[in-house]
Design a protein around this ligand. Structure first.
Ligand code: SF4
Ligand code: SF4
Length: 314
């Protein structure tokens, strides 16, 4: 029997967000050129949920009035949402640090090839998913041919200054290829750096090791393979109280393609809305810190070294 996640949080302060939120994460759409087996948002080429310009205007209003430091744009493949470039430009004009979570494969598709230059010109931080540094493991998770394309795009970003120029950070995301926890992030980062540099002359700044959350397509995969209960138990057994302080929901607000508000992207996937105004269009003044909506999937954020969109937290 797995106890409710809240019951593991002894300090009531950690059940609420920090007074000052730092990141506004915006999931601008479910459409994606890929359909990865681990995708918690169940994104793919046939999804039609895309953020409208009107909702983006509300995002920008809240970004400015709440003085968020970072606008973190994700999807789907966020590049496929209409007005994506406008959102990036307006976010930067607002003084925020803008980061885009890209699968990089999209940057090689017709109509998107100009985006590496666009990112570099605007000083956008690129966070790129690369499940492993070998072709076989990467293609198994993301689809045949993806590894080679991602490497070519990393080389292109490097040529534009990414990974070298401090104005142009390039981070990679690792996630396990099955029902297990990520290895030590620092060691894995060293391995990635050594291999990618030696094999492909690719450099990057940081590696984020992210634990797979048992929701969405990854949850379905676990059920299909008879691993769901074992994985839930594994996350629970690996509970690390030291990871509570750094849970990303304590410092961010997450908006979905339709403006729906959540504590994080995983709560979006689990359909667990924020305790407060349900939609970004209804948000007014900055609140003093809100109670976080937790679910059983939250154990993924506190297992082992902890996990967040920025990697390990403990
Ligand atoms: S994991 Fe990322 S790249 Fe893969 S389908 Fe989901 S949104 Fe697309
Ligand atoms: S899943 Fe979301 S709400 Fe739950 S602990 Fe992780 S960041 Fe917080």
């Amino acid at each position: 029997m797995i106890p409710p996640f809240e019951a593991r949080i002894a300090n009531p302060t950690l059940r609420r967000t920090a007074e000052r939120l730092e990141v506004l994460q915006v999931n601008v759409g479910r459409r994606c050129n890929l359909a990865c087996g681990h995708c918690h948002m169940e994104s793919g080429p046939n999804r039609t949920e895309l953020m409208t310009r009107k909702t983006m205007e509300h995002v920008l209003r809240v970004l400015r009035s709440w003085k968020f430091k970072t606008l973190d744009i994700t999807g789907g493949a966020p590049e496929m949402t209409p007005n994506f470039q406008w959102l990036v430009e307006e976010g930067i004009k607002s003084g925020a640090h803008v980061m885009v979570r890209s699968n990089l494969v999209i940057l090689n598709e017709p109509g998107y090839e100009h985006l590496p230059e666009f990112f570099a010109e605007h000083g956008v931080e690129v966070v790129a998913s690369l499940p492993y540094y070998t072709e076989r493991d990467c293609d198994r998770q993301r689809g045949s041919g993806t590894f080679r394309t991602v490497i070519a795009m990393l080389q292109k970003l490097n040529a534009l200054g990414y990974g070298r120029d401090e104005r142009l950070p390039l981070d990679l995301v690792y996630n396990p290829g099955g029902a297990f926890l990520p290895p030590n992030q620092a060691e894995l980062e060293r391995e990635y750096k050594t291999r990618l540099s030696a094999d492909f002359d690719v450099i990057f700044n940081r590696l984020f090791a992210i634990t797979n959350t048992p929701v969405g397509r990854f949850g379905d995969f676990l059920r299909r393979t008879g691993n769901f209960d074992r994985y839930r138990q594994r996350l629970h057994d690996a509970f690390n109280p030291a990871a509570l302080e750094g849970m990303m929901c304590r410092f961010q607000l997450s908006a979905a393609w339709d403006g729906g508000l959540y504590d994080c992207d995983f709560n979006q996937a689990a359909k667990l809305p924020v305790k407060g105004p349900a939609n970004i269009r209804d948000l007014g003044d900055v609140p003093e810190g809100r109670e976080i909506a937790f679910g059983e999937h939250c154990y993924a954020c506190t297992a082992g070294a902890g996990s967040s969109c920025g990697g390990a937290t403990a």
